[in-house]
Design a protein around this ligand. Structure first.
Ligand code: UGA
Length: 441
């Protein structure tokens, strides 16, 4: 079976390399020539553990190639996965479907052999049915082109593992042939008893946004309790541990901190609200506005704490550890950490930023921050150190690593990963989100 993957961003490049790893011949397509040149040389334009190795392996094996030609893809592949982006529209909560529409139309016009188009991008409910009609209207006569929807649940940082060994597979189909093709594509995972949910287009589209909305809600739920413990006292980590022992609740995604960011959760909860409002259900997802607001208030809290600790931000030196939206990623899209760093800078602070992977991407967005190459360089002469992305090397920090470097022993743990008692005993004024700031011991 020959597989094409349209769009070679995060989702598409991962899917293409993993399909090659599963034994398929794969052709990745992107309209961005520079990206295709880069991937064809075996260079990955973003950071994802394990993916560069797969890319090189299958460029060498000959199973993975890249092109910008729809003509080539349309004449070659049996299954076409669409994995282009659906970002938030500028000045609007809704998703921008320009790329997914364009990819579907181009495919439909260029397919010259019987094949199946499978949408993977995250889309507002109703999109799959509309795109299916677009394909029917624009495909070439005499060619049989099926249509299916197969949402993707991979997490950045675990993209290869999540694609090769997913925790479930969801397919939206309207005929048994399409399902049979997808069962063949995912035969390896099915042999390992991965749950396979075959359903209609609408459910498949909704599963994806429901999952992300639930995860976002879970994070904002614990962060709302942070606002309470910050006021009344108490330990947010212990609270999360204690409720997490109830298996109906579960401990995962209850890590209180500076909140969620990235290219998915924030825009997906906004797009979901926009879509249900279009359907006349204005009230239905209104709680997601609160989820969003709680999330954004966490950033205000960090800036407030910095002011509280330093008095005046102007002229103070602040070390920001981490600007990626989460560890093991160089992605700074909607990153809470980068937003906080930029706000501190706007308030007049002299901000040193160190992220093990995301400095370059962050510098493209906020070139005026002072990017450095180590924790030591960031912390030297700092009046305050703020941990905003929980990279393993930051979680492993001990007071002795910084004691002699900083100008003031002040620390804000924006991800709740340090043992505050240890730092307090070493003479630091340390606080974490979800804790009342008590000052130096
Ligand atoms: C998310 C979903 O987890 C994936 O299942 C989904 O496929 C993907 O979006 C997508 O739609 O493509 P991802 O954006 O890679 O994946 O990141 P997550 O691991 O979900 O983390 C999202 C944000 O929540 C990060 O900023 C993280 O720091 C934050 N977070 C996570 C918390 O603040 N607390 C937690 O307890 C967990």
């Amino acid at each position: 079976m020959r597989i094409s993957v349209i769009g070679t961003g995060y989702l598409g490049a991962t899917h293409a390399a993993c399909m090659a790893e599963l034994g398929f011949e794969v052709l990745g397509l992107d309209v961005d020539q520079a990206k295709i040149d880069c991937l064809s040389r075996g260079e990955l334009p973003f950071h994802e553990p394990g993916l560069p190795e797969l890319l090189l392996k299958h460029i060498a094996s000959g199973r993975l190639r890249f092109t910008t030609s729809y003509e080539e893809v349309g004449a070659w592949a049996d299954v076409h996965f669409i994995g282009v982006g659906t970002p938030q529209k500028a000045g609007d909560n809704a998703a921008d479907l320009t790329y997914v529409d364009a990819a579907t139309l181009s495919l439909a016009r260029h397919i010259t052999k019987d094949s199946l188009i499978v949408g993977k991008s995250t889309v507002p409910v109703g999109t799959a049915r509309r795109l299916q009609q677009l394909v029917i209207k624009n495909k070439n006569d005499g060619v049989d082109v099926g249509f299916a929807w197969n949402p993707e649940f991979l997490r950045e940082g675990f993209a290869v593992k999540d694609t090769l060994t997913p925790d479930r597979l969801v397919v939206g189909v309207d005929n048994p042939d399409a399902e049979a093709v997808l069962r063949e594509v995912y035969a390896t995972a099915l042999a390992a008893n991965t749950p396979f949910i075959s359903t209609d287009f609408e459910t498949a589209e909704l599963v994806k946004v429901a999952a992300n909305a639930f995860l976002a809600t879970k994070i904002s739920f614990i962060n709302a309790f942070s606002e309470v413990t910050e006021t009344v006292g108490g330990d947010i980590r212990t609270l999360a541990d204690a409720i997490g022992h109830d298996t109906r609740i579960g401990r995962r995604f209850l890590n209180a901190g500076v909140g969620f960011g990235g290219g998915c959760l924030p825009k997906d909860i906004r797009a979901l609200q926009a879509r249900v409002s279009e359907l006349g259900l204005e009230r239905t997802m209104r709680f997601l506005s609160e989820v969003d607001e709680i999330n954004l208030r966490r950033r205000d809290r960090v800036v407030f704490l910095a002011e509280d600790m330093l008095g005046e931000l102007a002229g103070k030196k602040i070390a920001v550890l981490g600007v990626a939206f989460k560890p093991d990623s160089d992605d700074v899209r909607d990153s809470p950490a980068l937003d906080v760093a930029a706000r501190l800078f706007s308030a007049g602070a002299d901000v040193n930023v160190f992220d093990p992977e995301a400095n370059t991407n962050a510098a493209k967005r906020f070139p005026r921050l002072n990017y450095v190459n180590s924790t030591v360089d960031a912390a030297r002469d700092a009046d305050l150190v703020i941990l905003l992305t929980e990279w393993a090397e930051f979680k492993a920090l001990a007071p002795t690593d910084l004691d002699d470097l900083v100008r003031g022993k002040r620390f804000i743990d924006g991800r709740n990963v340090l043992d505050m008692g240890v730092w307090q005993d070493a003479g630091w004024d340390i606080t974490a989100l979800g804790h009342r700031h008590v000052g130096q011991k």
